[in-house]
Design a protein around this ligand. Structure first.
Ligand code: SF4
Length: 332
């Protein structure tokens, strides 16, 4: 791990403090390589997006977002996504397969190497968020393995609180996660009551809001988290009314919660429209007045389709019917 993650050596023969037999064994049984980026795009705001080849004409995306005091890398956990949220470009692409922990970590290695080549610094990635393509908790064991490498002192040695797993709300997996890693948790909430969330985040039909929030408070308590982050993408006249803000405040009042309000980023083929900025402010003020911590997330990289909800990659969809169609059939 030291050779790989601290010294960036990707050739077993150069790992000179390992004995020769072991080096030979490793060489014969394992391979080391950093994945290939087929396209690199740069936003006017400094955000960088890599498209990464996954073989079989498929690709995932990873995004680096530089800020004043930190640099966040947003990684993908699956090729596509089955959850099929209708306002998300990844969901529209369908689903092909889970990524291995090596493929998740490969995104970090690629970004680190590329940033090092360009800026001559190896400390630019300070935070990792599992908010790229896919539902990380639907790829539980590989997400956990990758997370352990990210936080291990012999690995990337990133502080546990600077790694965030974001989920649409797989309740049993959130509870199970507490037994495996202690990292920050974010929930794609997007609606304050079940009827609306069933549409916007279809997994809600299996794991409704009440059970989801109980799992969050359980995780926060067990892992001693100050807050769980609730992501809320504002869609014009869908989930952005005063009533929605009040209901959201009621759900989260006196709980270890903070809300990230996300301006909607349009992509081709989507019917939703963004909420105007003054209405986003009004929504936020209602939350703040109710004592709920809330910030409006600045849109980054939307000119290169790298903003929240815009990651698409290239996915050979194997999910013949979307989760939404399947859920409608079984639950309606
Ligand atoms: S928002 Fe997340 S869970 Fe929903 S479709 Fe997109 S990637 Fe999947």
């Amino acid at each position: 791990m030291d050779w790989l993650y601290h010294r960036s050596i990707f050739d077993f023969d150069s790992m000179t403090d390992l004995n020769k037999d072991l080096r030979q064994y490793l060489d014969q049984n394992y391979s080391l390589h950093i994945p290939m980026s087929t396209k690199k795009e740069r936003s006017f705001d400094g955000t960088i997006k890599w498209m990464i080849d996954q073989g079989e004409s498929q690709a995932i995306e990873a995004v680096y977002i530089p800020e004043k005091n930190r640099g966040t890398l947003c990684v993908s956990s699956q090729i596509g996504c089955l959850i099929d949220c209708p306002f998300c470009a990844t969901g529209h692409q369908g689903f092909n397969r889970n990524l291995s922990s090596a493929e998740i970590i490969g995104q970090v290695l690629l970004a680190k190497q590329d940033l090092q080549n360009e800026f001559k610094r190896d400390d630019l990635i300070t935070n990792i968020v599992f908010m790229g393509m896919g539902e990380p908790l639907a790829n539980f064991s590989e997400t956990v393995r990758a997370t352990k490498i990210l936080t291990d002192p012999n690995g990337f040695n990133i502080s546990r609180r600077r790694v965030t797993i974001s989920t649409s709300g797989l309740v049993p997996q959130i509870i199970k996660l507490a037994d495996h890693v202690n990292v920050s948790l974010a929930i794609s909430l997007h609606a304050p009551f079940d009827e609306l969330r069933n549409e916007l985040v279809p997994i809600n039909r299996i794991h409704p809001i009440e059970s989801l929030l109980s799992a969050c408070w359980f995780y926060a308590k067990k892992q001693n988290l100050k807050t769980v982050t609730f992501e809320y993408t504002l869609l014009k006249n869908v989930n952005d009314l005063r009533e929605h803000a009040k209901q959201l405040a009621k759900l989260l009042k006196n709980r270890p919660a903070k809300v990230n309000l996300i301006p909607f980023n349009k992509f081709p083929g989507v019917v939703y429209e963004p909420t105007p900025p003054d209405q986003i402010n009004e929504f936020r003020n209602i939350l703040l007045e109710s004592g709920i911590m809330a910030i409006t997330r600045t849109t980054r990289g939307d000119d290169i389709q790298a903003a929240c909800g815009q990651l698409a990659g290239t996915v050979n969809n194997l999910a013949k019917k979307s989760l939404r169609q399947k859920l409608k059939k079984t639950l309606n």
